[in-house]
Design a binder for this molecule. Structure first.
Ligand code: WQD
Length: 336
């Protein structure tokens, strides 16, 4: 059996997926440009699994660098996490996002084609449901975006659909993540964003550990039970296990298949704060602030397709996600 190449494998979701793959006995190769993660993740993955693997510090825009990986390793499938993913930053730097995410992904696909590797699990996002659909989101809904980051996911899904139509040997599962949070129960790996976190839970974690002063809650006048935004938070380990199921599915099927990875349940910002306060046994200092541009009131998944096609469903609840996030934060107060 050949190896699995994980692009972006030292990142939050990538590192957790590497652990699950190694624990399942897969042979992996990790490629990352370390622009938004640290080599320390490689050491933590090896420590956690007691397994070693090849790491290549290679950028998706380095065509020859990726060819070298395929020259030196027989790659059966690719799990493609690598990409820039900050919504706000993408509005400021659209060309950087389109170049990195789209040109980079086209490069990767051209290399895969050259080496006859035609199985891909793509890291997509609930963001592709845009603002014109109503939750619970189903995979047959039209996709759109409200920012360059979201458009890169929409466009890459279209590129993958077109590739599968042009060459029926290709098998692509596009996993649409909802809101991944939490950490491996060891506390050795977790969410470790560079700079001030954009996302809710890492921000709460840094308030709880004392790195940030207070949480700003963006809007409490949404049409939701408590007025704050509702999202489908999913434990990153559940998400990682979903990739293993998708890998097996992709090997036995052809064509393009979008699949939601969520819990099917929504939690409000205030509910997440309350859960985190239980986990860390502290009060989180917070204030209500104006709505954040581009935010939806409510977003959560219909998860029937993942159950039907992958025999996968999320197992952890919001309290467990917050306990595991806090455990990682306490063990890594300044990040990795
Ligand atoms: C969640 C809720 C905020 C921060 C984004 C991307 C999505 C995916 C996940 C990459 C919202 C509120 C947040 C804060 C707050 N990323 N919030 N104060 O916006 O649902 O999704 O991250 O794939 O593509 O769009 O996640 O964690 O930023 O926000 O009140 O300091 O928390 O308004 O209601 P989001 P989030």
């Amino acid at each position: 059996m050949g190896k699995i190449l994980i692009t972006g494998g030292t990142g939050f979701i990538g590192s957790h997926t590497c652990v699950e793959l190694l624990d399942k006995g897969y042979e992996i190769v990790v490629m990352d440009n370390l622009s938004n993660s640290k080599f320390e993740s490689v050491k933590r993955i090896e420590q956690l699994t007691n397994k070693t693997f090849k790491f290549y510090k290679v950028d998706m825009l380095d065509f020859n660098g990726m060819c070298k990986i395929f020259d030196e390793n027989k790659i059966d499938s690719v799990i493609h996490f690598a990409g820039l993913k900050a919504v706000g930053e993408s509005v400021q730097k659209p060309l950087e996002y389109y170049n990195n995410n789209i040109v980079g992904t086209v490069n990767l696909l051209r290399v895969m084609d050259r080496y006859n590797c035609k199985n891909m699990i793509f890291s997509s996002s609930a963001t592709v449901y845009g603002v014109d659909n109503s939750p619970p989101y189903t995979e047959d809904m039209t996709t759109s975006a409200t920012n360059p980051y979201g458009y890169t996911k929409v466009m890459i899904e279209q590129i993958l659909r077109d590739l599968c139509i042009a060459d029926s040997d290709w098998s692509v599962v596009s996993l649409r993540y909802f809101n991944p949070i939490g950490a491996n129960k060891s506390g050795l790996i977790g969410e470790d964003p560079n700079g001030i976190p954009n996302n809710l839970v890492p921000y709460i974690a840094q308030v709880a550990i004392g790195r940030l002063e207070k949480l700003s809650i963006y809007g409490n006048d949404y049409k939701t039970p408590d007025g704050t935004g509702v999202r489908d938070y999913i434990h990153v380990v559940d998400l990682a296990k979903g990739h293993i199921s998708a890998l097996d599915y992709a090997k036995n099927h052809r064509g393009f298949e979008p699949i939601n990875l969520g819990t099917g349940n929504g939690s409000s910002v205030l509910e997440v704060v309350a859960s985190y306060e239980k986990a860390c046994n502290k009060k989180i200092t917070k204030r209500f602030a104006p709505r954040r541009a581009g935010d939806l009131a409510i977003s959560y998944a219909n998860v029937q397709k993942a159950k039907r096609l992958l025999n996968w469903e999320a197992k952890y609840n919001i309290d467990e996600m917050c306990v595991d996030s806090w455990n990682f934060t306490v063990k890594n107060p300044k990040g990795l």
